[in-house]
Design a protein around this ligand. Structure first.
Ligand code: MN
Length: 232
């Protein structure tokens, strides 16, 4: 058997400090995982268990440290928002993982953007429709090169900060996550069989807001890295 056309290359993200590539299988995102952001979106963080949405694997837009990535402004929106997030890269997976097993699946980390067409997401919410048009568009997942974890423990705290055109927009601490990294992965594994190559966007701190062409986004997460993107 042969393919009817040449299959597209597998989406991948370079590994920092190496010429290796991390092949991307699926992209899972957790919503409202920082209490202050849940509140700014009009929700009560105390009462809601974690919930998830996905982006297509080929939405990744890898950006090397020190480089300026270019994010094409997507079509069909007048309100493109940044959500700056810690991304966890899985080196193995499974089903119904305990938090301890989930922690052991983490291969590395990256800085990422859960870019959101907020107007389309808002319309979908009003109508009870899926979020895909708001969240799962082309280039919706800009991401730094992946930092291999090695034998280091999982980060449980550290500043996560985003500036746009030199003005700080988002600031939080990984310690403010409602659901920890192992808890997020364990929850995910009750819904999907996780595998090597899966990326998990772990939620954004408060301060999400719009960007327009010409805006320069600079994000950094303590102990993980930094990423610079020009909206173009
Ligand atoms: Mn998000």
């Amino acid at each position: 058997m042969t393919y009817v056309f040449e299959p597209p290359a597998r989406p991948a993200v370079p590994v920092a400090g190496s010429d290796a590539l991390f092949p991307v299988r699926r992209i899972f995102c957790v919503a409202r995982n920082y209490a202050a952001h849940a509140r700014e979106m009009g929700h009560d963080p105390e009462r809601e268990p974690p919930f998830f949405f996905c982006k297509p694997a080929d939405a990744v837009l890898p950006v090397a440290a020190g480089a300026l990535g270019a994010l094409p402004y997507p079509p069909a929106t007048q309100n493109l928002h940044h959500e700056f997030e810690l991304v966890v890269a899985l080196g193995k997976g499974g089903r119904d993982l305990t938090p301890e097993q989930a922690a052991d699946c983490v291969w590395g980390y990256a800085c990422g953007f859960d870019m959101t067409r907020r107007d389309l997401q808002g319309r979908a919410k009003e109508k009870g429709q899926p979020w895909d048009s708001g969240k799962a568009f082309d280039f919706a997942a800009p991401i730094s090169h992946i930092q291999h974890r090695g034998h280091a423990p999982l980060p449980t705290s550290g500043e996560i900060v985003l500036s746009v055109n030199g003005v700080e927009r988002q600031r939080g601490d990984l310690a403010d996550m409602i659901w920890s990294i192992p808890e997020v992965i364990a929850h995910l594994s009750t819904l999907w069989t996780l595998k090597a190559g899966d990326l998990v966007f772990t939620g954004t701190p408060e301060g999400v807001g719009p960007v327009v062409p010409g805006d320069r986004m600079e994000g950094r997460i303590a102990g993980v890295g930094a990423i610079s993107i020009l909206v173009s």
